[in-house]
Ligand binder design. Structure first.
Ligand SMILES: [Zn+2]
Length: 338
């Protein structure tokens, strides 16, 4: 099991004192273009007294991560500090892994479960899914920062958690039918995070402080479930394969969590689960309830569902089992109306 060593959650936790738990002298700071402006003073105050080099992450692609690693990374730094959204954290984990140094994850939004997980999700590489890297050594959640994130990104985190309803079912299916290792505890932990998301929709919709804090804790424990399992199995099943296929077929439409939540409704239907309840909660909280809400066409969804199992033939899921035809997919899309 590879897990973060320390997780700090609270107000104004991105500060010099907390950084000193991990860094003595120097850091390589990765941040996003907007975050570096909005939180300019916070960054300066937290890193005051440390030697640091700052780089701006423009996209979460292999090309960008490699460019930063080759051209901007300072090999003398003790740690990569990623202060930003999902893209920044993914690039920080990749660079930390390549350089063999610790990563401090400081998320600025609740957009996905990569905050504390040992996986890096970069686009445009050899594989269209997450790479196994190391978990961040430290996770610092500064709620005074997260509360300022656009609501859409907070809801995306909730959407990513809903996916654990079906990813855990796929994992169990692979155990039963293919004899794959199945970690009951890791699976339960990931499943609980989805259940938790379902019961906190009202508070999250109203952006209540305690609900956002709980959402962050659920995202962290989902990432930890991946660390316990030693694979992304508890976090990512066929709903993520559809989302990854959409990343290729309809790039830049919708956030990761929105695509995962919509795909979860589809997979929940295949499992005979209560997909209507999931969809209702998505509606109540303000997540999209149809792919067209995020500009994805019916044809693109159809192609993505057909492509999804081919992205990871070795990772058995309900899509690999059922081998849906185009007609099957269209019928289901009509019935669940997403
Ligand atoms: Zn995800």
């Amino acid at each position: 099991m590879e897990l973060p060593e320390a997780v700090i959650i609270g107000d104004d936790t991105f500060n010099k004192e907390n950084l000193s738990m991990f860094i003595k002298k120097s850091a390589f700071l990765l941040t996003g273009p907007n975050v570096s402006i909005i939180f300019k003073d916070k960054i300066a105050s937290a890193l005051n007294g440390f030697e640091y080099k700052k780089s701006i992450v423009q996209s979460s692609t292999f090309e960008e991560a490699e460019r930063i690693f080759k051209e901007e990374f300072d090999a003398n730094c003790e740690a990569v500090v990623g202060f930003g959204g999902g893209k920044v954290i993914d690039v920080a984990k990749y660079i930390g892994y390549k350089a063999g140094i610790q990563v401090i994850s400081i998320p600025t939004s609740a957009s996905n479960d990569g905050i504390a997980s040992p996986f890096s999700s970069l686009k445009g590489g050899k594989y269209p899914y997450s790479l196994k890297v190391k978990p961040p050594r430290g996770v610092i959640v500064d709620l005074s920062v997260i509360m300022k994130a656009p609501k859409r990104y907070i809801l995306s985190g909730l959407g990513d958690l809903l996916g654990k309803f079906t990813s855990t079912r796929d994992w169990k299916l692979a155990w039963i039918e293919k004899g794959e290792y199945f970690g009951e505890y890791a699976s339960k932990l990931a499943y609980e995070s989805a259940k938790h998301a379902m019961i906190s929709t009202k508070g999250i919709e109203e952006l209540k402080y305690n609900s956002i804090r709980n959402l962050m804790e659920a995202l962290i424990s989902a990432g930890v479930a991946g660390g316990i399992a030693g694979s992304s199995r508890p976090l990512s099943g066929s709903e993520h394969l559809i989302s990854h296929a959409l990343d290729i077929i309809a790039p830049d439409k919708g956030t990761h969590g929105e695509k995962v939540a919509l795909s979860t409704v589809f997979i929940a239907y295949l499992y005979g689960m209560n997909w209507k309840k999931i969809k209702d909660k998505m509606y109540q909280v303000g997540l999209p309830v149809a792919f067209s809400d995020i500009g994805i066409t019916r044809k693109e969804v159809l192609d993505a569902v057909i492509m999804a199992p081919t992205l990871r033939p070795e990772r058995y899921t309900i899509l690999h089992k059922l081998k849906l035809t185009k007609d099957d997919v269209l019928k289901i899309l009509d019935e669940i109306n997403i």
